[in-house]
Design a protein around this ligand. Structure first.
Ligand code: COA
Length: 224
C-alpha cells in the first residue's frame, strides 16, 4: 500500500499517541509511567493515560507551531484519510527552548495524569537539555532544527517510514541553511547515521534508555 507524508492535523493526535505508546513502551514509557504509579490511573488503564497524555502534548506543541508530519498508509480504496503509521515533530530555531519548558503539567488534565512520574519526566528533560547545551553550547542550541520526537508503529518498522520522515525535515532544514540536532535512542541511531548524523558527545545511560547527541550538518553549496 502506498505511503504518503503530509502535515499532521490535530485530529491525528490520538493515533500519534498510540504510536508513541507502542514505540516507546520499552524505554521512555517505562520511566515516565512506572508500574508503581499504575494504581493512580484515573481511567483505570495507565496505557490509556499515556496515549491521552501523548495526544494532548502533541496537540499543544502543534498549536505552538512546531512542524509536525505524519506518514499515512493509504489503501487504494480509501478516501484520503488512511492510517497514520509514523510521525515526526520538529522545533524550529525560533522555537527552540529548554525541553523542560514545554514538558510541564499544563492546564489540561490529560497533560498531567496522576500515573505520570513528573519528577522522572523533568529529569529526562533536564538531561536532554544539558546534553544539548553541552554538545552545541548555549547559543548553538537555538540555531538548529531540533528533532523533538519521532516514532513509527512497531508493526511497520523497516519500510522506510522513519527515513521518509527525517529526510523530509532535513530537506526543509537545508533549504533554510540550518543544521539539525537530536538526542537519539539506541534504536534511532542506525536511522540517523545512514542519513548523515554523527555523534557529537558521549552517550549517556539513564533509566531504561541510552541517549546519544547527534548532529547533521547542512551540506555546503559548491560555488562552482
Ligand atoms: C527509529 C525508528 C523511527 C526507525 O523507523 P523505521 O521506519 O523502522 O526506519 P526505516 O525503515 O526508515 O529505516 C531506514 C534505515 O535506517 C536504519 N535503521 C532503521 N532502524 C534501525 C535499527 N533498529 N537498527 C539499525 N538500523 C536501523 C537502516 O539502515 C534502515 O535501512 P534498511 O531497513 O534498508 O536496513 C523506529 O525504529 C522507531 O519508531 N523506534 C521507536 C521510537 C524511537 O526510538 N524513536 C527515535 C527516538 S530518537
Amino acid at each position: 500500500m502506498p505511503l504518503f507524508l503530509r502535515p499532521a492535523r490535530e485530529d491525528d493526535s490520538v493515533q500519534i499517541g498510540w504510536i508513541g505508546l507502542k514505540a516507546f513502551r520499552d524505554d521512555v514509557s517505562r520511566s515516565a509511567f512506572p508500574p508503581h504509579l499504575h494504581h493512580k490511573s484515573k481511567s483505570g488503564d495507565p496505557a490509556l493515560d499515556e496515549v491521552r497524555w501523548r495526544a494532548a502534548r502533541n496537540r499543544k506543541r502543534m498549536r505552538e507551531g512546531m512542524p509536525t508530519y505524519v506518514v499515512v498508509d493509504m489503501p487504494e480504496s480509501e478516501d484520503g484519510n488512511g492510517q497514520v503509521v509514523g510521525f515526526i515533530q520538529w522545533e524550529l530555531p525560533s522555537q527552540t527552548r529548554p525541553p523542560s519548558a514545554h514538558v510541564n503539567g499544563g492546564d489540561e488534565e490529560d497533560l498531567s495524569p496522576p500515573s505520570l512520574d513528573q519528577e522522572q519526566l523533568r529529569e529526562i528533560s533536564k538531561l536532554i537539555h544539558d546534553m544539548t547545551t553541552s554538545a552545541l553550547g548555549a547559543d548553538g542550541y537555538s540555531n538548529m532544527w531540533y528533532l523533538s520526537s519521532i516514532a513509527v508503529d512497531p508493526s511497520q518498522h523497516r519500510r522506510g517510514i522513519g527515513r521518509m520522515l527525517v529526510q523530509h525535515g532535513l530537506d526543509q532544514a537545508a533549504k533554510a541553511g540550518k543544521d539539525a540536532f537530536l538526542i537519539a535512542t539506541e534504536e534511532g541511531r542506525g536511522l540517523y547515521s545512514v542519513l548523515g548524523f554523527h555523534n557529537v558527545g558521549e552517550p549517556v545511560a539513564r533509566g531504561h534508555s541510552v541517549y546519544n547527541p547527534m548532529l547533521w550538518r547542512v551540506p555546503s553549496i559548491n560555488p562552482t
